[in-house]
Design a protein around this ligand. Sequence first.
Ligand code: HEM
Ligand code: HEM
Length: 206
Amino acid sequence: MQGSRASGEVPVWDLLVRLFHWGLVLLIAITFVADEGAKWLHEPAGYAVLGLVAIRLAWGLIGPPTARFASFVRGPHEVGQYLERLRRGSAPRYLGHNPAGGVMIVLLLATISVVGITGWMSESDAWFGVEWVSALHSASANVLLVLIGAHVLGVVISSFAHHENLVRAMITGRKSAGLAADSALIGEEDIGAPTRDRVPRDAPIR
Ligand code: HEM
Ligand code: HEM
């Protein structure tokens, strides 16, 4: 822990979460592009997306603290409070996902699952040619596009609000220890807690 504090950064996103994220981005991009041109790629990429989501769901239960759903999926009250504070410019910083990010992650994973499963169904013997299955596949893919836009906007807003490059953190896996400068840094109970409430903004990094 001493070593990571010396560089002022702490590990936040483990390798699996990062590979999952950027793999998902790549494969979903392929499914959309391959819908137009290279059709043969659409289905394998779609199945791979489903595989990634299944792994992430399991990791959300057994993975390290920042990856666990229990550490970042919050109820409506806490999400509402966070959004209100964000509007007033006083949103607390979280080392893991913030409550609004948690909602977005649940929506993204759920929508991706609907798109993938209806795609799979539309090619199965039982559901082939069933109108509503194809309609749901295409409608949920459109919803997914909107959510992705909102997700990227949320990342940009959150990065500015807390003066930190969240995209870089999702690549390197590390975030500035900054506000969470105390020792039990990545204690399980701390991950889902706003860091500013525990440590003053300008607390020195020891
Ligand atoms: C296909 C498009 C995308 C999908 C489906 C997607 C999905 C997700 C998911 C599911 C997470 C949660 C990660 C986890 O805990 O496992 C996440 C987090 C994140 N994504 Fe994306 N993402 C997409 C595109 C992007 C892009 C283009 C960027 C960069 C601009 C980005 C930046 C991030 C960042 C920075 C986080 C962490 C947010 C935080 O610090 O709380 N994502 N994304
Ligand atoms: C999870 C990622 C996936 C995404 C984002 C996605 C997205 C899309 C999109 C945007 C379309 C065009 C819809 C339209 O023309 O209105 C489409 C069509 C299609 N997709 Fe997918 N898809 C995914 C997974 C799958 C999977 C796993 C399969 C099957 C194994 C599949 C099979 C199809 C088929 C057969 C079509 C054309 C007929 C139809 O609309 O039902 N897709 N997909």
